[in-house]
Unconditional design. Structure first.
Length: 124
């Protein structure tokens, strides 16, 4: 489904605010984009990243799950969540989640290498 112009504009505003370092403003713009278009995958993933950056872990988890609901084949939400689980020492959950990320659509080479490196580090 195509993203409505208003939602796209709010997302672009959020990205600009994020680049400028205004994380609360970016968060508000991304949230408004999702309110305008609830299945806006890119906005959900941006909200997950920002939630993690500001240490809002419950929101991070919720946005990762929302992104995976919108597109179950997108590996990025699983990779983000798996990396967070690994950093928290939750080895078994991290392994399962990162392996799941690798079974989704192909990741770009750099992202795939990062997920594989995280898996190797956990398995040591």
């Amino acid at each position: 489904m195509a993203v409505p112009p208003r939602a796209a504009a709010l997302f672009d505003e959020g990205a600009a605010l994020e680049r400028a370092g205004d994380l609360p403003g970016a968060f508000a713009s991304y949230e408004a984009a999702v309110e305008t278009h609830p299945d806006y995958l890119a906005a959900c993933k941006a909200l997950a990243r920002l939630s993690l950056a500001i240490d809002e872990i419950r929101a991070f988890q919720n946005w990762c799950h929302e992104a995976s609901r919108i597109d179950p084949m997108d590996p990025e939400p699983y990779a983000m969540l798996g990396g967070w689980l690994a950093r928290r020492g939750r080895r078994a959950e991290a392994l399962e989640t990162l392996r799941h990320a690798l079974t989704r659509r192909p990741l770009p080479d750099g992202e795939r290498a990062a997920v594989e490196a995280a898996l190797r580090a956990i398995q040591l």
